[in-house]
Design a protein around this ligand. Structure first.
Ligand SMILES: C[S@@+](CC[C@H](N)C(=O)[O-])C[C@H]1O[C@@H](n2cnc3c(N)ncnc32)[C@H](O)[C@@H]1O
Length: 288
């Protein structure tokens, strides 16, 4: 692209820049999809003053930061993620918001640096579907909970109930082939409530409740949002390497197919979500 004059409406996002994915995640994904889900998850987990709460796969820490204000000075908030960039942004956001006392841990969910029974509540927002070893992850969440502990997690629902998924997957398949949609397939991979329940049950949890709900994902500018959104996906390098005109055509094609969900210059897209709650009490360990 060099010094060429760029006239594309998508040029506000500079593909040639070395963009920090976690900053982009916090700036675009969190307010569009995660913030709205966070309060529901915290309520579902019964978080209240003095509780000891663990946020698993915390990302940039939206759940931990909100929960910290509820548990107060006599509670405890710890947060775990595998991605150091996410944790760095999480710490910066907490500092910026004046939220103190969150313990941040760089760790895989399948082997967390905690003793058995350290937490009253484990929260996991849009994380489980991405773990390669979901069974071990759930067993580990159960291990760190007290015998009366609560698990609350959420996962995206059926792709057909979240229109952007189908639109983006169709366009990506056309331009890059089906493999480019793998991240969306992973994101929606636990959208069968029966499978989700079985997974959690097999890890030894009891009293499992699953509730579906719709949220509206909003951003005021689709033109600004699309390039930023895609920049955090593995496909970003291929998008960056496209000729400017072709890239613009691809974005325009997505915009056209999302026309039904336009709101002024931005979008308002329904997105389905499942919230699951479960308890550690009165169940035997897996294999018993
Ligand atoms: C979609 S993000 C959700 C982040 C956050 N919970 C939120 O609400 O914004 C999924 C997160 O799972 C984390 N993750 C994926 N695999 C993990 C693992 N095995 N152990 C810990 N974290 C993991 C990723 O690094 C990423 O931050």
């Amino acid at each position: 692209m060099g010094n060429k004059n760029i006239t594309s409406p998508y040029s506000t996002f500079k593909w040639q820049m070395n963009y920090d994915n976690s900053e982009t995640y916090e700036r675009y994904i969190v307010p569009t999809w995660m913030t709205d889900l966070t309060s529901d998850l915290i309520n579902a987990g019964g978080v209240c003053p003095k509780k000891r709460v663990l946020d698993v796969a915390c990302g940039t820490g939206i759940v931990a930061r909100k929960a910290a204000g509820i548990v107060g000075p006599y509670g405890r908030i710890a947060a775990v993620d595998l991605n150091e960039g996410m944790l760095r942004v999480a710490g910066k956001c907490a500092e910026h918001e004046g939220v103190n006392g969150i313990e941040w841990y760089h760790s895989d969910v399948t082997s967390m640096p905690f003793m058995a029974g350290e937490f009253d509540t484990v929260l996991c927002q849009q994380g489980l579907q991405f773990f390669p070893d979901k069974a071990t992850a759930l067993q580990e969440m159960k291990r760190v909970l007290t015998p009366q502990g609560t698990l609350a997690l959420n996962v995206w629902g059926r792709p057909e109930n979240s229109p952007h998924v189908g639109v983006i997957c169709d366009v990506f398949t056309e331009y890059f082939g089906e493999d480019s949609t793998i991240i969306f397939r992973a994101a929606c991979s636990l959208s069968n409530p029966r499978e989700l329940r079985n997974l959690v049950e097999e890890a030894g949890f009891s009293n499992i409740q699953i509730r579906s709900g719709m949220k509206i994902a909003r951003h005021p500018s689709l033109t600004e949002f699309l390039p930023a959104y895609f920049s955090i996906f593995p496909i970003a390098a291929q998008i960056a390497a496209m000729p400017e005109e072709e890239r613009t055509r691809m974005f325009q094609s997505i915009e056209t197919n999302l026309a039904g969900w336009r709101e002024n210059d931005g979008f308002a897209i329904p997105t389905e979500n499942y919230t699951l709650t479960a308890e550690t009490g009165n169940s035997s360990s897996p294999g018993e």
